[in-house]
Design a protein around this ligand. Structure first.
Ligand code: PGA
Length: 241
């Protein structure tokens, strides 16, 4: 894994956006693997700036998102579809029909997960995937466990993740208890992966990812097996390295 430690969140976001812009500029119809959460917001802001400055064009770009709560409706302001529209899709010239987020209200979530996975392959696979890292070492909603699931699936959220995400909801009891998430192999199929981490709250997870045991109890540690992963973090997230 390549590691870049930058001064602060702003520099981290710009460095990540530059990598994404390079991929888009070298392949107009590339497939971006996108993530939600606080961490990538700065990167999306930089990409919107680049778009407005005429440096990057999303007209032919396609995207697939890592995960979505289940159940949730797309118009719920805590849904990941809403997040993506708000932070990126509504601000650039991407064709929304080419943006895919797992269906948070599928009546048959198992079939919906299978279709999601097939769609990733039908699009030709993900050219570049951005990931945040959970305080508990999760990636997407692949939570620490004795075993992990390969492909897109429905999963129960851990108490730690529900607590961490409750800051976005009125109360902890409003956080959905399940999610649809790409699996470890769905993520590994991406040709290039960029992991972002910012702030001291992520320092322990970053240390475990890079230096700890290779274990499903820290899903991010498995990323050390992928041939093209770059961790971009700020100094605070790297404080324990
Ligand atoms: P965050 O979430 O970017 O909001 O910290 C990251 C994650 O939990 O994967």
């Amino acid at each position: 894994m390549k590691v870049q430690i930058l001064e602060n969140y702003k520099e981290m976001s710009r460095a990540a956006a530059d990598i994404f812009a390079d991929v888009i500029n070298s392949k107009k119809d590339c497939v971006l693997g996108l993530a939600t959460g606080d961490t990538p917001i700065g990167m999306y802001e930089c990409l919107v700036e680049d778009y407005k400055a005429g440096k990057v064009d999303f007209a032919s770009v396609k995207s697939v998102n890592l995960d979505e709560y289940y159940p949730i409706t797309p118009d719920n302001d805590q849904s990941y579809r809403y997040f993506m529209n708000y932070h990126l899709f509504d601000k650039v010239n991407i064709n929304k029909a080419n943006t895919y987020v797992p269906d948070g209200q599928a009546s048959d979530p198992v079939s919906s997960c299978e279709a999601y996975e097939k769609n990733i392959d039908a699009l030709g696979g993900i050219d570049i995937q951005v990931l945040g890292i959970g305080r508990n070492g999760h990636i997407g909603f692949n939570e620490p466990d004795g075993e992990l699931i390969f492909y897109t699936h429905v999963t129960d959220l851990t108490a730690d993740t529900i607590e961490a995400n409750s800051r976005f909801f009125e109360s902890e009891s409003d956080v959905p208890k399940q999610a649809v998430t790409m699996g470890i192999e769905s993520i590994f199929k991406a040709r290039k992966i960029v992991v972002l981490a910012s702030g001291e709250g992520k320092a322990e997870a970053v240390k475990r990812m890079l230096c700890g045991k290779l274990t499903t109890n820290c899903p991010a540690s498995l990323l050390r097996l992928h041939p093209d992963v770059t961790l971009i973090c700020d100094k605070d997230a790297a404080i324990l390295l």
